[in-house]
Design a protein around this ligand. Structure first.
Ligand code: BTN
Length: 250
């Protein structure tokens, strides 16, 4: 069983040893009426999943966690929570790294360490059957002790990068504290402060980018993140495209 976690007020952590996916567990808890701020943390996952239905390697030693948000969110704005989550992971990791410059955020919501992926975020939503608030399930995986060798984008883990002192429990506490703080800032000030903070830490901004989307690949320059969270790509001819889903490569 994973050890005790320091959670901020309003967040309750449930720890499990092995689960198929913390996303499925939190969904089941939500269906049973679990409160906003319920957090499901597992030591390992048997069928962890990533974005675009990919497999997420989940051996013991890394962080696997899903958080339920069910108050104060409109479905149209739910995707903004993935940027809040990326910032929270960035801050949680930054507390433990001497040079924060080693960290960057990669669109849509990966965290890079020395240019390689160290954390991924999976945001899933479900509309309330009673027409009420949507359910938002935010999954985070952070590579603490191991990373996959065959990922689509180069990956790393904290131990390989020389930061092997972090524990899943310690990092989870820091992540939840940072998440609670950024969520509050978002509730008070809308997406603008999140947008600005994310752009300040964005990898590849202003440089060449290739966006691979289902059925289309675009190459150009990464101009900005728009006010709805899309990556704005400008091609050689000056045409701007909003990229809302897919993978980007710098
Ligand atoms: C990605 O980068 O593709 C997102 C990866 C998200 C992985 C986490 S681990 C905890 C939660 N449970 C899952 O099955 N997936 C997410």
């Amino acid at each position: 069983m994973p050890g005790p976690v320091q959670a901020p007020p309003g967040y309750t952590v449930i720890a499990r040893d092995a689960v198929h996916s913390t996303q499925d567990e939190i969904r089941a808890l939500a269906a049973e009426g679990a409160a906003d701020g319920t957090v499901l943390w597992a030591a390992r996952q048997l069928t962890g999943r990533g974005r675009l239905a990919r497999h997420w390697d989940s051996p013991e030693g890394n962080l696997y966690v899903s958080l339920l948000v069910r108050t104060g969110v409109d479905l149209a704005d739910a995707a903004q929570l993935s940027f809040i989550t990326a910032l929270a992971v960035f801050y949680a990791l930054g507390r433990h790294l001497a040079g924060k410059a080693r960290l960057a955020l990669k669109w849509p919501n990966d965290v890079l360490l020395d240019g390689a992926k160290v954390a991924g975020i999976l945001l899933e939503t479900e509309t309330g059957t009673d027409g009420g608030q949507p359910l938002v399930m935010i999954g985070v995986g952070v590579n603490l002790v191991s990373h996959p060798a065959d990922a689509a984008y180069p990956a790393t883990d904290l131990t390989s990068a020389g930061c092997g002192h972090l524990t899943p429990a310690g990092l989870l506490g820091d992540y939840l504290a940072a998440f609670a703080e950024w969520r509050q800032r978002w509730q008070d000030g809308g997406f603008a402060p999140v947008h600005e903070a994310w752009l300040d830490r964005a990898a590849g901004l202003g440089g060449p980018v290739t966006a691979r989307m289902p059925g289309q690949t675009l190459t150009g320059r990464f101009v900005t993140l728009d006010e709805r969270g899309a990556l704005v790509l400008e091609t050689e001819t000056g045409t701007r495209h909003r990229v809302t889903a897919g993978d980007v490569f710098f």
